[in-house]
Design a binder for this molecule. Structure first.
Ligand code: FAD
Ligand code: SF4
Length: 507
C-alpha cells in the first residue's frame, strides 16, 4: 500500500510521528514550499529563509536515508502554492491509498487538514505530535476541574513525570523554583560570550536569493542570516550555550542591554520550534551541566522551567482554548498598532532598541518581548488582533501555538487571567532597573508629567486608573490600586491628559 506522508515546515524531526512506520520501499514523503504559508501573514524575511532552508536540508537528510521525497520547490511552475493544492496533486500523481500527517501547530491549518479526506477521497490520518512532552489529551486531563490553570503546578507535574531535576521524589536542591534569584541587574563589566553563527551554505544562499526576490517588501532585514538550519547545527548551538552562557542565564535572564539582544539567552527556540532540536535533550543537557558543576542550579532550573514548564503549558492552553482564545479581548483594547512598531522610529529608546533588534535578527529575548513591546501594547490599549499579528510576523520562532498565548495571555491580559494571575504592567522604573535603555533616552524616566516625562510612567497610571474597578478585585494588583487612591487627583488628571495627548498623537 502506498502511503503519502506529508511533512510541514515546522515538522523537521527524525522522530516526527508521520514518519514512524515509514516503508522506504513503498512510501513517499511530500514537502512543499507554498506561497500561502509565507504570506498568510507577511513573515519576517529571516523567518522565511529559516523555514525554507531547513526544509531543503531536511529533505536531503531523508534522501540520504533512502527515503523517496517529493519536494515541490517554490519556483516549480505547477506549484499551486497551497498545502491543500499540493496534497491533492501528490495524491493524484502517486495514486496513494493513505495520507499520514502530524497535527499542525496552528488552528487554521488543523481546520484545513481536517477537510483533506473529503477533498481527496483518500483516507487521512492525523497523528499526535509526540515531540511535545505533554500531549493535548494529557493537558486537557490536567486542566479538567481546576479553577485556575497555573503554570507552576503544571510544571511540577512535568518535572516529576519526566524525572528532570529530581532527587528521588523531591525537587533537586529542595525547591521547585529559583526564580527569585533570577532578576539581577547585570554589572556593566560583564560581557556575554559571542553566539555561534552558521554562515549560509549554497542551499541557504539560494533561499536567501529567493526571499529577496519574492518577499523583499516583508518586514525585517535579510542580511546576516546565520541561524542553525540543520539538526547538527542546532546541536552545536545548544552545546555552546550550555558551556558558555547557561551559567549566567539565571542571574541575568531578565536584564536588557542596548544593542545586545541575546546576552545569556539560548537562542534555541527557532531550532526547537521547527523540529531541529528536541526539548527534552535541551533539558537533559542543562541538568547534566548542573550535575557536572558547570552551571548553578538557579540557572539550570530557570532554563528547564522555560522549556518543560512554559513551552508545554502555553501549547496546552492554546489547544485547550482555541478557537475562542483568538478572539479574547478582556480589557476592551481597540487602539490601532502605531507605525513605529514597524519602523522603530520613536523617541522611546527602549522601544526603538527592541524593534531595531527585532528587525535585524527576527529575535528579541523574553523580557524585551514582554516588558517593552508587550508592556507598551498593554498600557496603550492596543488592539490584541493587531498586536498578535505583529508578534506572529516579526519573530523567527513564531508559530501560533506558542505566540498567541504569550501575546494575548501573558503580555496583554486579553484572556482575562487564564494564563497569568495579573497583568504584567510596569512603569519606567522597572525598565530603568532592568536595562541600560533609559540612560540614552530623550525622556526622563523619573518624570511622570511634563514635556520630558517617560511615556511608560503616565501610561502606567492611566492604565491603572482606566481599569481600577477590575484591578481592585485582584489581590495581586492591590498595591498600585491603593497607591492610585492615595494620589492627588490633580496629578492623576495631569497624567491622564498627557496619556490621551500622547496616544492620540502616536499615528
Ligand atoms: P531562552 O530565554 O533562552 O529560553 C529557553 C527556551 O525556553 C526558549 O527557547 C523557549 O523554547 C522556551 N521558552 C521560554 N519562555 C517561553 C514562553 N513564555 N513560552 C514558550 N516557550 C518559552 N516563544 C516562541 O518560541 N515563539 C513565539 O512566537 C514567542 N512569542 C512570544 C511573545 C511574547 C509577547 C512573549 C512575552 C514571549 C514569547 N515567546 C515566544 C517566549 C519567549 O520569549 C521565547 O521563547 C524566547 O525569547 C526565545 O528565545 P531563546 O531561545 O533565547 O529563549
Ligand atoms: Fe523607555 Fe522611559 Fe526609559 Fe525612555 S525613559 S528608555 S521611554 S522607560
Amino acid at each position: 500500500m502506498t502511503t503519502l506522508r506529508i511533512l510541514l515546515g515546522d515538522q523537521l524531526s527524525d522522530s516526527i510521528a508521520s514518519l514512524a512506520d515509514l516503508d522506504v520501499a513503498a512510501d513517499t514523503v511530500l514537502m512543499a514550499e507554498v506561497r500561502d504559508e509565507c504570506t498568510y501573514v507577511r513573515h519576517h524575511k529571516k523567518k522565511i529563509v529559516l523555514v525554507l532552508s531547513a526544509m531543503r536540508h531536511f529533505a536531503e537528510r531523508l534522501r540520504a536515508r533512502g527515503v523517496r521525497v517529493d519536494y515541490v520547490t517554490f519556483d516549480d511552475p505547477d506549484n499551486t502554492h497551497s498545502l491543500r493544492g499540493e496534497m491533492l496533486r501528490a495524491a493524484r500523481r502517486l495514486q496513494c491509498e493513505r495520507i499520514v500527517v502530524t497535527e499542525p501547530g496552528e488552528w487554521r491549518l488543523l481546520e484545513d487538514i481536517s477537510g483533506w479526506q473529503q477533498a481527496s477521497g483518500v483516507a487521512v490520518e492525523i497523528r499526535d505530535d509526540g515531540r511535545f512532552l505533554c500531549s493535548q489529551r494529557q493537558f486537557r486531563h490536567w486542566a479538567a476541574g481546576r479553577r485556575a490553570l497555573r503554570m507552576e503546578f503544571f510544571y511540577r507535574e512535568m518535572r516529576r513525570g519526566h524525572a528532570v531535576l529530581m532527587d528521588e521524589n523531591e525537587p533537586a536542591g529542595g525547591r521547585w523554583n529559583f526564580d527569585a534569584e533570577n532578576r539581577k541587574r547585570m554589572p556593566g563589566g560583564v560581557r556575554a560570550p559571542a553566539v555561534p553563527g552558521f554562515a549560509p551554505d549554497a542551499v541557504t544562499q539560494a533561499v536567501i536569493d529567493l526571499v529577496a526576490r519574492e518577499f523583499g517588501a516583508h518586514f525585517g532585514e535579510l542580511e546576516g542570516f546565520d541561524l542553525p538550519v540543520t539538526a547538527e547545527q542546532a546541536s552545536v548551538a545548544l552545546d555552546h550555550f550550555i558551556r558558555e552562557r547557561l551559567a549566567g542565564f539565571g542571574d541575568w535572564q531578565d536584564f536588557m542591554r542596548s544593542g545586545e539582544a541575546v546576552l545569556f539567552h539560548a537562542l534555541i527556540s527557532t531550532s526547537m520550534n521547527c523540529g531541529l532540536l528536541a526539548p527534552l535533550d535541551a533539558c537533559r543537557a542543562a541538568e547534566a551541566a548542573w550535575r557536572d558543576g558547570i552551571a548553578p542550579l538557579n540557572a539550570v532550573e530557570g532554563f528547564v522551567r522555560q522549556i518543560l514548564g512554559w513551552r508545554e503549558y502555553v501549547r496546552g492552553i492554546y489547544w485547550l482554548r482555541m478557537p475562542q482564545y483568538g478572539h479574547l479581548n478582556a480589557l476592551g483594547a481597540t487602539r490601532p498598532l502605531p507605525e513605529f512598531y514597524w519602523s522603530g522610529e520613536t523617541g522611546m529608546n527602549c522601544m526603538a532598541h527592541v524593534i531595531t533588534d527585532t528587525r535585524a535578527h527576527a529575535y528579541a529575548h523574553h523580557i524585551q518581548r514582554l516588558m517593552i513591546t508587550g508592556n507598551f501594547a498593554l498600557l496603550a490599549g492596543l488592539d490584541p488582533d493587531q498586536v498578535d499579528e505583529w508578534y506572529l510576523i516579526v519573530y523567527a520562532d513564531a508559530y501560533q501555538w506558542v505566540e498567541m498565548p504569550n501575546v494575548r495571555g501573558m503580555a496583554l491580559f486579553a484572556d482575562g487571567g487564564v494564563m497569568g494571575s495579573k497583568p504584567y504592567a510596569a512603569s519606567g522604573a522597572y525598565i530603568n532597573r532592568m536595562s541600560d535603555y533609559c540612560r540614552g533616552c530623550a525622556y526622563d524616566v523619573k518624570a511622570a508629567t511634563g514635556s520630558r516625562a517617560c511615556p511608560f510612567n503616565f501610561l502606567y497610571w492611566d492604565f491603572i486608573s482606566r481599569h481600577q474597578d477590575r484591578l481592585s478585585a485582584n489581590p495581586r494588583m492591590a498595591m498600585p490600586v491603593r497607591s492610585l487612591a492615595r494620589m492627588d487627583p490633580g496629578r492623576i488628571e495631569a497624567m491622564r491628559s498627557q496619556a490621551a495627548v500622547f496616544l492620540d498623537g502616536m499615528g
